[in-house]
Design a protein around this ligand. Structure first.
Ligand SMILES: [Zn+2]
Length: 459
């Protein structure tokens, strides 16, 4: 099969019915993408009239038209007028938790998770991190996706993660099964939980330190999370903390947190906390879309009419979001006002940390609440730009920055030797971040896997 016809088939929706073997054979023939404006993911000035050569699923050469020669016999695809950027990478998502309007342990199953991963991929997110609440099925799925044996975004993850009985993560929001979370009560039980997760070869450890605005009666005890971090570090694993408050963020950093998996949303971040982040070389994943998702569909009901959002919605969710009574109730809820303030504080703190040179990761906490896979990541980009980052700075965080958080050296950048995970857009998102919605095609490991969002259908 020729690559150009593969693009046409992807758009018509037939591509996915072609056996994987036929697709793999194709990978050996070089493909050359010419004429596009190229965003490398490292923040460099976009390259006009670029050439990008794909061989065996990887980028073998890339640069401007004058400096790179197309190999003989290659399939050439003219992308004049388009823009290419690396596939995005989420450092904070969840899989198999919410389906439609219902969160249930039953949602953690292979078919549903693969359908979610297909959606992320179609929206240009080619790698995600399932940051906790994973059932044992996670490991087989991860192996298959790492090998490229099944369609969908690649996954990394934080096994079950550590919370506390009667506390976070709240069963009312994420009613997961007993094999999806640890709630240890003693330092020794926390160490044992970490050793179990290390034994399964988790990528990261997740820990929840939050009482959700005093909604929950308890938080993980300091001796428990301190032991968990110590044991994780002994096992060469990094720990991502769910936090909301400045005080908890400080406590987490003092205990050795490697990643703050949410922004600080109750107070302005202060110099001592910034120093703690610098000392520990800690990462910060703002998840601006989290609070935004709690009010945006009520405040701006026209959002769901946007076909870019519409395509990602389960029918039951769509019905709810379009119900004027639901919109009014959510708009007026005290929680929505708190969320608006939390988002504003989060955006302010993001800019303070960015200017201080702190490592910023990318994630929207997609896959939970009303953060729909793919759409939530694009919303995160919009909110980062609204906070004050340039579109190129936001895109750099969503690609090479997010890869660096995960210590992935094979993706997030359009350079020779890297995986050919890329998004082809009809317009340049470095000029206007809204152009990131104008997806023409998504390539994953050197193959076209999706076309325009208008052709995407949930299964
Ligand atoms: Zn989360």
């Amino acid at each position: 099969m020729r690559a150009a016809s593969a693009v046409a088939l992807a758009i018509s929706g037939l591509f996915l019915s072609i056996p994987a073997q036929a697709q793999n054979k194709d990978v050996s023939k070089p493909v050359v993408l010419t004429g596009a404006t190229l965003i490398d993911g490292l923040g460099g000035k976009p390259v006009a009239d670029s050439i990008l050569v794909i061989e065996d699923g990887r980028i073998s050469a890339v640069g401007d038209a004058k400096s790179v020669k197309a190999p003989a016999g290659a399939e050439v695809i003219d992308l004049k007028g388009k823009t290419i950027m690396p596939g995005m990478i989420s450092d904070h998502s969840h899989i198999g938790i919410v389906r439609g309007l219902k969160a249930s342990p039953d949602n953690y199953n292979r078919d549903y998770i693969l359908s979610q991963l297909r959606q992320w991929e179609a929206y240009g997110v080619t790698t995600i991190t399932s940051l906790g609440l994973n059932a044992p099925e996670f490991y087989d799925l991860r192996a298959e996706l790492h090998a490229g044996n099944v369609p969908g975004a690649d996954i990394f993850g934080a096994d079950r993660g550590i919370g506390v009985a009667m506390g976070a993560p709240p069963v009312a929001i994420v009613p997961v099964g007993p094999n999806q979370i640890y709630r240890p009560d003693t330092p020794e039980a926390a160490r044992e939980a970490v050793r179990e997760m290390a034994g399964r070869k988790t990528d990261l450890i997740k820990l929840w330190l939050d009482d959700f605005g005093k909604l929950l009666p308890v938080k993980v005890k300091p001796e428990v999370y301190t032991a968990a971090v110590d044991e994780a570090h002994k096992n060469k694993l990094r720990v991502a903390f769910h936090i909301n408050d400045l005080e908890d963020a400080q406590a987490a950093l003092k205990a050795g947190a490697d990643i703050l998996a949410h922004g600080i949303r109750d107070k302005e971040i202060d110099p001592p906390t910034i120093d703690l982040m610098k000392t520990g070389a800690a990462w910060y994943v703002p998840t601006l879309a989290l609070d935004d998702s709690n009010f945006i569909f009520a405040d701006k009901p026209q959002v769901t009419a946007d076909p870019f959002v519409n395509r990602a919605l389960d029918p039951a969710v769509k019905t709810q979001l379009e119900d004027p009574a639901w919109q009014q109730k959510v708009h007026d809820a005290p929680g929505s006002e708190r969320a608006r303030k939390a988002l504003a504080m989060n955006q302010k703190n993001l800019m303070t940390l960015y200017r201080a040179g702190i490592n910023i990761g990318f994630g929207s906490d997609s896959g939970v609440g009303l953060r729909f896979p793919g759409v939530a990541e694009h919303r995160e980009l919009d909110l980062m730009v609204e906070a004050g980052l340039t579109p190129l700075q936001a895109l750099t965080i969503a690609t090479s920055g997010a890869a660096k958080l995960l210590k992935l050296e094979d993706r997030g950048v359009l350079q020779a030797g890297k995986l050919a995970d890329l998004v082809v857009l009809d317009a340049d998102p470095s000029v206007d971040i809204a152009n990131a919605h104008k997806i023409s095609a998504v390539w994953h490991r050197g193959r076209p896997v999706a076309g325009a969002i208008a052709t995407f259908a949930q299964r």
